[in-house]
Design a binder for this molecule. Structure first.
Ligand SMILES: [Zn+2]
Length: 558
C-alpha cells in the first residue's frame, strides 16, 4: 500500500473569478501557489484540498484574479525619479500652470532646478510655449517642463543661460533648439541633444543615462549616490506592484541599471521581474554591440534579464520628428529625418539578429516603420528564419501593406493604449491635424493589426502615460474613431487583458512560464477589487488591484 501525499499550498486565493487566459481552462474559482509557482487552478473544493495549517488564505470576495500584468514598454528608472517632479498632466491655462509651479517651487527651496512633467503641447491653448511665458511665471530659478512624450521640453531663460544654450548650439539631425527672430533660443527644445544640457542642471543625470546615451555613469557613483539611486529604483518597483504589474520590459538601459536591480535582488527586494535592454544610439559603432551580447550573457534570470537591443529610428509626431512616407499634413515640405539611414539600420538589424538578440525599435511614422520592417526582412534573409520576435514600438501611423508585413515577418507590434489622441488624456490637437485625414485609417491601428493576425503587446510607456494597466485596458476598449468613416480600433476585454499578459509573455520569450494562470507557471497574479467581466468598461478605472503576488510572494496589498 502506498501513501500518496499532496504537499500543501503556500498560498491559496479563494472566492475569485479567475480569468486564467489559458484556453484549456478559461475560468476557475480559486488558485493555489506553492514554491513560487502556480500549483493548481480549480474550483473551491479542489483548491481547499491543498490548504494546510500554514497555508496563507486570500479571500478575493468575488473579484477577478488575473495573471500578473506584464508592462511591455516603460522607463523604470526615470519614471521612478519623476514621481517626485511637478506633475502637470491634464493641466491647462497660464494661471493654472503659474499656480502649480509657484506652489511646487515654494515646497522645494533647495531644488537645483524646478522640473515639471506631463505638460501638454497645448498647455497654453493655441499659443506656443516660449521662455517668455515661463519667465513670467518663474524668472529667478531654472525651470524646465517636459511634454508627456519626453521628446520636447521647454525651459525658462535662467535655465537656458545656466545650461549655456541660450545662444543655440550645433546639434545632429533630429534634434533642435528652436531659435527666435532675436537670435536667442525661444525655450522649446526638441529631442535629447537639445534638452540634455538643461536637464543636467537637475542633478538627475544618472536616471536618464540609459535613455539619453545608453552609457554608464561617469564619474562612478559613490556609495551614497548608489544607495540614493537604489531608493529611486525601489520606488519605481513599488509603483509597479501597486498597479498589479509583476513583469517589466524596460525600454532604456545600461549596466548601471542592471547592477542596481541586481543589488536590490540580492537584498531580497526585487518585487518585479525586470528586463533591461542595451540601448544603441546613432553615434555608436557597430562593435559596441559586444556590450549588448555581454549584458545578455550575464543577465538571463527569471527576475533580471537583458537580451534586447533598443533603438530609436525616429522621434514623435507632435514635434514633426517622426519620419513619414509623405509630408506632414501641416508642413507640406517636411517628412522628418530618421536617426539612422535605412541602409545603416539594415546593417544593424542583420548584426543584432545574427547575435541572437531581440530588437525593439521606437518607430512612430509610417516611413520609419517601413524602414524598420525592411531591416527585419534583411535580417531574416541574411541570417535565415529564426524565432526572433523583433518588435516595433508605437506604430502610430502605418500603411495597409506594412500591417501585412508584421504578420508575414512575425514582428511584434508594441502599442500603447493611452497614446492615441483622445483615447486617454492626450488631446486631439495638434496630432490629428498633423497626421492628416488621409492617414487616419491607419493611425494607432490596434484592432487592424490584431485582425490581421499580428502579435500586439500593450504598455503605458510610463512615465509618458500613467502606468496603470487597468486604465490602459479601459482606453483600449473605449477607443473612439476620430471620424465616422474611420475603422473601429477598439478591442474586447479579453484582447485588452491579453495585451497586458499573454502577449507580454510572448514578447519576453516566456509564454510557457508566464502570462497565464496554469499549473507550473510562475506564481504571478493580481487580485482585483471587482469582477472585471461584470464591470461596465466606462467605470473599469474604479476597479483596483487589491493584492499583487509575484513569484508567490505578496508584493502589494491595498
Ligand atoms: Zn518609451
Amino acid at each position: 500500500m502506498s501513501v500518496q501525499t499532496v504537499r500543501n499550498a503556500d498560498l491559496i486565493v479563494i472566492n475569485a473569478r479567475v480569468l486564467t487566459m489559458d484556453a484549456a481552462r478559461p475560468s476557475a474559482e480559486a488558485v493555489a501557489i506553492r514554491d513560487g509557482l502556480i500549483a493548481a487552478v480549480g474550483d473551491k473544493t479542489e483548491i481547499e484540498a491543498l490548504r494546510g495549517p500554514d497555508t496563507k488564505v486570500i479571500d478575493a470576495r468575488g473579484g477577478s484574479v488575473v495573471p500578473g500584468f506584464i508592462e511591455a514598454h516603460m522607463h523604470l528608472f526615470s519614471g521612478a525619479a519623476e514621481l517626485a517632479h511637478l506633475q502637470l498632466f491634464g493641466l491647462h491655462g497660464f494661471e493654472a500652470l503659474r499656480d502649480a509651479v509657484h506652489a511646487y517651487a515654494a515646497s522645494r527651496p533647495d531644488a537645483k532646478m524646478i522640473v515639471g512633467q506631463g505638460a501638454d503641447y497645448t498647455i497654453l491653448g493655441g499659443e506656443r510655449v516660449t521662455r517668455h511665458h515661463l519667465d513670467a511665471i518663474i524668472p529667478d530659478r531654472p525651470f524646465l517642463m517636459a511634454a508627456p512624450d519626453h521628446h520636447t521640453m521647454w525651459a525658462n531663460t535662467r535655465a537656458l543661460e545656466m545650461a549655456g544654450v541660450l545662444h543655440g548650439r550645433e546639434l545632429t539631425p533630429g534634434n533642435e533648439i528652436v531659435m527666435g527672430a532675436d537670435g536667442l533660443a525661444e525655450g522649446e527644445l526638441r529631442e535629447n541633444e537639445a534638452f540634455n544640457p538643461v536637464l543636467k542642471l537637475a542633478g538627475e543625470g544618472r536616471v536618464r543615462l540609459g535613455l539619453s546615451t545608453g552609457g554608464e555613469p561617469d564619474p562612478v557613483p559613490n556609495a551614497e549616490e548608489r544607495a540614493g539611486d537604489r531608493a529611486i529604483m525601489r520606488r519605481g518597483l513599488d509603483w509597479c506592484a501597486r498597479h498589479g504589474i509583476t513583469s517589466v520590459q524596460n525600454m532604456d538601459g545600461n549596466y548601471y541599471q542592471l547592477e542596481l536591480l541586481s543589488e536590490i535582488e540580492a537584498e531580497g527586494d526585487l518585487i518585479c521581474r525586470v528586463q533591461v535592454p542595451f540601448h544603441y544610439k546613432n553615434f555608436m559603432t557597430i562593435d559596441m554591440l559586444d556590450k549588448a551580447s555581454d549584458m545578455a550573457a550575464r543577465y538571463k534570470g527569471e527576475w533580471l534579464s537583458s537580451g534586447v537591443v533598443k533603438l530609436f529610428y525616429d522621434g514623435v509626431l507632435d514635434s514633426w520628428t517622426a519620419v513619414m512616407l509623405e509630408p506632414y499634413a501641416d508642413r507640406p515640405d517636411w517628412v522628418g529625418e530618421p536617426l539612422f539611414s535605412p541602409e545603416e539600420f539594415k546593417r544593424l538589424a542583420v548584426e543584432i539578429d545574427r547575435r541572437g538578440l531581440q530588437i525593439a525599435v521606437h518607430s512612430i511614422g509610417d516611413g520609419a516603420t517601413r524602414a524598420v520592417l525592411d531591416g527585419y526582412e534583411a535580417a531574416q534573409k541574411a541570417n535565415g528564419l529564426r524565432d526572433s520576435r523583433h518588435r516595433v514600438e508605437h506604430v502610430e501611423v502605418t500603411t495597409a501593406a506594412d500591417i501585412k508585413r508584421f504578420v508575414d515577418l512575425g514582428v511584434i507590434a508594441s502599442m500603447q493604449p493611452p497614446h492615441p489622441p483622445g483615447a486617454m488624456s492626450f488631446p486631439l490637437e495638434p496630432t490629428v491635424t498633423r497626421i492628416g485625414r488621409e492617414r487616419w485609417a491607419y493611425a494607432y491601428p490596434t484592432r487592424t493589426l490584431l485582425d490581421a493576425g499580428a502579435h500586439v503587446v500593450f504598455a503605458s510607456d510610463w512615465p509618458v502615460a500613467p502606468i496603470d494597466p487597468i486604465l490602459g485596458m479601459q482606453a483600449a476598449m473605449l477607443r473612439k474613431p476620430w471620424a465616422d468613416d474611420m475603422p473601429d480600433q477598439s478591442v474586447s476585454l479579453r484582447q485588452a487583458l491579453a495585451g497586458y499578459t499573454v502577449e507580454g509573455a510572448y514578447a519576453g520569450f516566456m509564454e510557457d512560464r508566464k502570462g497565464r494562470l496554469k499549473p507550473g507557471f510562475l506564481g504571478d497574479l493580481v487580485v482585483l477589487s471587482a469582477d472585471i467581466e461584470a464591470t461596465d468598461p466606462a467605470v473599469l478605472h474604479e476597479v483596483r488591484p487589491v493584492i499583487t503576488i509575484c513569484g508567490g510572494r505578496v508584493t502589494y496589498q491595498a
